[in-house]
Design a protein around this ligand. Structure first.
Ligand code: ADP
Ligand code: MG
Length: 716
């Protein structure tokens, strides 16, 4: 064993036998048979290495428990006591409600389970055996009992204290792991204990010694031991900080390398752009003057595409800030240099709208636009593919159908991804791979705080559209209960009579697309027959054929319809400036980001606009969302509130943002560590761009692993 091995005071120091490896399969772990291995697979644990990196979700200090007499309602707490009473009753709807009273000598708390009648037997057994039980959950106030409140806890996590004489679960800081059905904490803890003991000494330190020293970080082996079985709160904090640092650092190093590779690689396509000519063309075809922010973004793009290096740029701007025109300018640059350009959008309706706009503006100056959608017939697709491969199609607009096999370009020079947060990293990459290092422009309305954007998209240049086109009026947002629906419709009627158009968004049906379509159809019938028989009402939902959707959108655009009843298919990108009211039914079912996007469908022209949220929220969360929406129209503030209400896990979930999920880091609360790692990683890459110094070899290996996990194919 090497002398640099850190001390492992709590876990003994048996050196691992030579043949052990972190790549060992799970069955090498004591207590893991095929059955448990399968459960671990469900948690994305594939081998010993990923097992060690499966960190606890929280820790309980079981050296002392708070007294039940002192706990307040609303707190998340761990309590310990004996079961003194158990009962089950049934509601009229035949719902079983099981209750158990837990007592710690100073107070009691009532535990409640819905529809888990078997809990009664379990807890009776615990009660007669006089076992101590540990519970974790949020306390609620139940009511007076004698002179004090009785607290209750619904569906608590629980376990027997020191189950099977298990010393890992009592009298210490105890790890609680993300688990899956049928895998109890006590069992997990034992498996972790032996694995950490046997394998942690094999983990290679990816961080260079100099960085450990400078940032006062503990070594990786020690950190892994302490994160699983901390000896004290301060050891735990040090371990966590180190592992968070590592996770961010490795990602930042990857981004730094990519950015460097991009900026030093001169094999990109070089366009020539005559700014005056471009300006002239734009002002001939665009019916308004571009905002300064749009001009700035276009200049930044021009600088990229003429540099000889491949562009990787993100355009970020709130809904309605005019990102499409920036894309249009970029498309022109490509086409005027004899290259094809592709633009990918997340929905068919948005793709069609882009195609419609692009053809209208560009066909008159002789540029040929095609649109490719998943739901087109095979014959249509074949015809379009032919035009794409021969180069006849200069601009190709489409959905993810663009990235399918069989779509080949003759000379792809630019890829634009609209609403990029709707696509995964892989999908973006796949489109870029249809060309030879094409320029890439991604656009998003996800208003992530600027510092965060720079950090998370460290390999991209960023243009920000921080200015709305002139003449926009604020969208007045009101929250109305369902009982006031009639009044809402009356108000809308006045505006329709003034010549405006309105959207009605139907309630969200999560079960299936089919049910969603059905509910939209019913609402449309109701509105056209009973609410607004005097107006022209249209219907739009995801199950319609593309030509039907296109037809309805075209009619709405041409003001041949007054009212459009729709599902969330209009959520992103749809642009009809004469529409000035959006009524969102059952608004409490939608997330904040979604509501903000939906609201962005109005307020796109010079008319005063309204967003009406019809909602009877059933919980505080729903109320909070309605209040945020009525209080502000600022996408950044809404994003922050969203983060706060939903938590970073969901907000930055891989699917939504294309951002990798972190195993231990919390992007919101660990922002300062993120900033620290970014600077350090970029410095390191600057000093040793190929990571050839021996002290950087372990980092290089860690990067390769991350790269494999992220499936980034074009990382050089
Ligand atoms: P988003 O950033 O949400 O994609 P769009 O590109 O759809 O926004 O633009 C929103 C609306 O603003 C469209 O109707 C568009 O024609 C209009 N618009 C864009 N730029 C300007 C401008 N400079 N002046 C006036 N209207 C503009
Ligand atoms: Mg858009």
């Amino acid at each position: 064993m090497s002398s640099s091995e850190p001390q492992r005071p709590s876990l003994g120091a048996t050196p691992p036998p030579k043949e052990r490896s972190l790549q060992d399969s799970l069955q090498y772990i004591k207590g893991v048979g095929p059955h448990i291995a399968e459960k671990l697979n469900k948690l994305n644990i594939r081998n010993v290495e990923t097992f060690l990196r499966h960190y606890p979700k929280r820790w309980e200090d079981r050296t002392h428990f708070p007294s039940m007499a002192q706990v307040r309602p609303g707190e998340y707490v761990t309590l310990c006591g004996k079961v003194v009473a158990v009962s089950t009753r049934y509601t009229r709807q035949k719902l079983a409600i099981t209750e158990a009273l837990l007592d710690d000598g100073l107070g009691t708390v009532k535990l409640i389970w819905m529809n888990q009648p078997y809990m009664e037997k379990t807890f009776r057994a615990l009660s007669s055996a006089q076992k101590e039980v540990v519970v974790y959950g949020q306390t609620k106030r139940e009511g007076w009992s004698g002179s004090s409140y009785v607290l209750e806890m619904q569906n608590p996590e629980w376990e027997e204290l020191g189950e099977d004489g298990d010393t890992l679960s009592a009298n210490r800081i105890v790890p609680v792991y993300p688990s899956t059905e049928g895998l109890r904490q006590g069992r997990l803890r034992k498996m972790f204990y032996t694995t950490v003991q046997e394998y942690a000494p094999l983990v290679e330190e990816p961080l260079p010694p100099e960085i450990l020293l400078r940032h006062k970080l503990v070594g990786v082996q020690h950190a892994i031991q302490q994160i699983h079985f901390p000896e004290s709160q301060s050891q735990l904090a040090a371990a966590r900080r180190r592992l968070v640092f590592e996770e961010f650092f490795v990602l930042q190093a990857l981004l730094a390398l990519r950015r460097r590779a991009n900026s030093h690689d001169v094999s990109g396509i070089s366009f020539s752009v005559n700014r005056e000519e471009l300006q002239q063309t734009l002002s001939n075809i665009v019916p308004f003057t571009l905002t300064n922010a749009q001009q700035r973004a276009i200049s930044e793009i021009a600088a990229n595409v003429t540099s000889g290096r491949a562009m990787n740029r993100l355009v970020q701007g709130d809904v309605g800030s005019g990102k499409t025109m920036v894309a249009l300018a970029a498309l022109l640059m490509a086409v005027q240099n004899g290259y094809q350009a592709a633009i990918m959008a997340p929905t068919e309706i948005l793709a069609q709208q882009h195609a419609f706009l692009m053809s209208r503006l560009l066909e008159p100056i002789g540029i040929h636009v095609e649109v490719l959608l998943g739901s087109q017939t095979q014959k249509q697709k074949n015809r379009i593919r032919d035009r794409v491969i021969t180069g006849l199609a200069q601009i190709v607009v489409g959905t993810h159908a663009l990235i399918q096999e069989g779509v080949d370009f003759s000379k792809l020079g630019l890829v634009v991804i609209d609403e990029q947060h709707r696509f995964g990293v892989l999908q973006r990459q796949a489109l870029a791979l249809k060309g030879v290092r094409p320029h890439i422009l991604v656009m998003t309305a996800t208003p992530i705080p600027r510092t965060l954007t720079m950090t998370l998209y460290g390999d991209l240049d960023v243009s920000i559209l921080d200015e709305l086109p002139p003449g926009r009026k604020p969208i007045k947002t009101h929250w109305r209960s369902q009982e006031k629906r009639e009044q809402v419709y009356k108000g809308a009627q006045t505006l329709i009579d003034e010549g405006r158009q309105i959207y009605v968004v139907c309630p969200l049906v999560e079960e299936s697309e089919k049910l969603q379509a059905k509910s939209a159809t019913q609402l449309a019938e109701h509105i056209s027959l009973e609410v607004f028989p005097q107006y022209r009402v249209g219907l739009l939902h995801g199950q319609m054929r593309p030509d039907e959707k296109e037809e309805v959108m075209a009619q709405f655009k041409a003001h041949e319809l007054d009212v459009l009843v729709s599902t969330t298919v209009i959520e992103v990108g749809i642009d009809v400036p004469n529409a000035s009211v959006i009524i969102i039914e059952d608004a409490e079912r939608f997330g904040l980001a979604q509501l903000h996007q939906l609201r962005g469908r109005v307020g796109r022209g010079e008319h005063a606009s309204f967003c009406i949220l019809v909602a009877n929220p059933k919980n505080d969360d729903g109320v909070a969302r309605m209040e945020v929406m009525t209080a502000t129209q600022d996408g950044f503030r809404i994003a922050e509130e969203d983060l706060r209400l939903r938590g970073p896990g969901e907000f930055f979930g891989t699917r939504q943002s294309g951002i990798p999920e972190f195993t231990i880091a919390d992007i919101f609360n660990d922002m300062d560590i993120l900033a620290e790692t970014r600077e350090t990683a970029f410095q390191l890459v600057e000093a040793d761009p190929k990571l050839i110094r021996p002290e950087h070899h372990p980092l290089r290996r860690a990067l390769e692993k991350l790269r494999d996990n992220m499936g980034m194919m074009n990382v050089s």
